[in-house]
Design a protein around this ligand. Structure first.
Ligand code: PMP
Length: 430
């Protein structure tokens, strides 16, 4: 058994000062019934906890680290940037450079604003959609997560699902009233909502590849229906690609499906491990943002030079060959996991799109949040802890996604598949 003594002590102390001992809820391992590991360092595809245990890491800071931990070029670029100061609150060339790079990779983002988190990106995109259309209602999908702003917490995924706080205490009822929710991939459901409220809807916001209830790809028909309905009703379509951007495919889910949203939100990979979010899209809509237009948006640290450097240094290293390699590794890993579960007679549904992957202890099919909820979360909790014992660090919830980085080797994949087999042995033996 691995020794977690130092992490245990550290958690005791952090719990004195922070609710749940953490700064973001799913980190706490509360739902899997354990204490979180405190991390000392990361290198490539591996992380090390403060007790000196080493793991192959598939959380990768919940997605941003597509180049793995402490990528040498990212580290060097950040070191150099720091010597020039950490923030100016005035324009820098770095912001335009990153904006150009983002536009090159995701061409529908003609104009954009940099912010400091995915939450800020989606919150601002929603305000912009409301300001642009002069309408209040928005549509989101059950089990999709778009950060923790008021309008978007309704029926959300991620920690909201993990900890079952769907009624979102603290969100004013009137705001929640303007958020209409529909089941994911429910074509008839969304048509009905538009029939009833089409001319009141400012926007539909969707994770084109859902990643906050495990990985669930939107169907082509579903996403095309969203595009058609919003166009007909003069409301806006927002693709929340905070997770799927640079991950489901190099050019995002919008390239994979060949569907062009009006606005896109980005985060995670776009900052390479530093706090960056982006909202952007059609020029005529983005021109509504202050100071050119009336919809207010601002940020003391928006476009921060260190954050821009983390993003640029990461995006500059991405290319088609790297994606080919990561996709092949993800494919190999998920096939190995399915085989391991089958060999142990454990019902499982394994999903992956690009570098995003997850497994549900559920015989499937898994196409929406109701399907995910049929998963065996007790088995998941035991299995997660068994995997840790075998040196594999995955997302500590059935309602989350795992990731692949460019630093994961063939050997890492083989070791991980062996660890899954060993963990199935352990859990089966009780
Ligand atoms: N949108 C999506 C699709 C996300 O996955 C997340 C975070 N997991 C967010 C928005 C919120 O981003 P952040 O945690 O950076 O605020």
């Amino acid at each position: 058994m691995l020794n977690f003594e130092k992490s245990k002590q550290a958690f005791k102390e952090s719990s004195q000062y922070m609710p749940g001992g953490v700064n973001s809820p799913v980190r706490a391992f509360k739902n899997v019934g354990g204490d979180p590991l405190f991390i000392e360092k990361g290198a490539g595809s591996h992380i090390f906890d403060i007790d000196g245990n080493e793991y192959i890491d598939y959380v990768l800071s919940w997605g941003p680290l597509i180049l793995g931990h402490a990528d040498p070029k990212v580290v060097k670029d950040l070191q150099d940037a720091t010597t020039r100061g950490t923030s100016y609150g005035a324009p820098t060339l770095l912001e335009t450079e990153l904006a150009k790079k983002i536009h090159e990779i995701v061409p529908s983002v003609e104009m954009m604003r940099m912010v400091s988190s995915g939450t800020e990106a989606t919150m601002s995109a929603i305000r912009l959609a409301r300001g642009y259309t002069h309408r209040d209602k928005i549509v989101k999908f059950v089990g999709n997560y778009h950060g923790h702003s008021d309008s978007l917490l309704v029926d959300a995924g991620s920690g909201v699902a993990t900890f079952n706080v769907h009624d979102a205490p603290g969100v004013p009822k009137d705001l929640a009233y303007d958020t209409l929710t529909v089941a994911y991939n429910d074509v008839a459901g969304i048509k009905n909502v538009f029939k009833a409220h089409g001319d009141e809807i400012a926007c539909v916001i969707v994770e084109p590849i859902a990643g906050n209830m495990g990985v669930i790809p939107g169907t082509k028909e579903f996403l095309q229906t969203l595009r058609d309905l919003t166009t007909e009703s003069h409301s806006l379509l927002i693709f929340d690609e905070v997770m799927s951007g640079f991950r489901a495919a190099y050019h995002g889910a919008q390239d994979l499906y060949q569907i062009k949203p009006d606005l896109t939100t980005l985060g995670k990979v776009v900052g390479g491990g530093l706090p960056v979010g982006v909202f952007g899209g059609r020029r005529d809509i983005m021109e509504y943002i202050t100071p050119d237009g009336p919809v207010y948006h601002a940020g003391t640290l928006s476009g921060n030079p260190l954050a821009m450097t983390g993003g640029l240094s990461t995006l500059e290293q991405l290319n088609d060959d790297l994606y080919k390699q990561m996709f092949a590794r993800t494919d190999e890993l998920t096939r190995g996991i399915k085989q391991a579960a089958d060999d142990h007679h454990v019902p499982v549904t394994v999903h992956h799109v690009g570098t995003m992957w997850s497994y549900f202890f559920n015989k499937g099919p898994v196409n929406n949040f109701a399907d995910v909820q049929k998963s065996d979360v007790d088995y998941f909790a035991k299995f997660f802890k068994a995997l840790l014992q075998h040196g594999v660090y995955t997302a500590p919830s059935q309602f989350e996604t795992n990731f692949m980085s460019s630093k994961h080797t063939k050997e890492d994949i083989q070791k991980t598949i062996a660890a899954f087999n060993a963990a199935f042995d352990d859990v089966s033996e009780g």
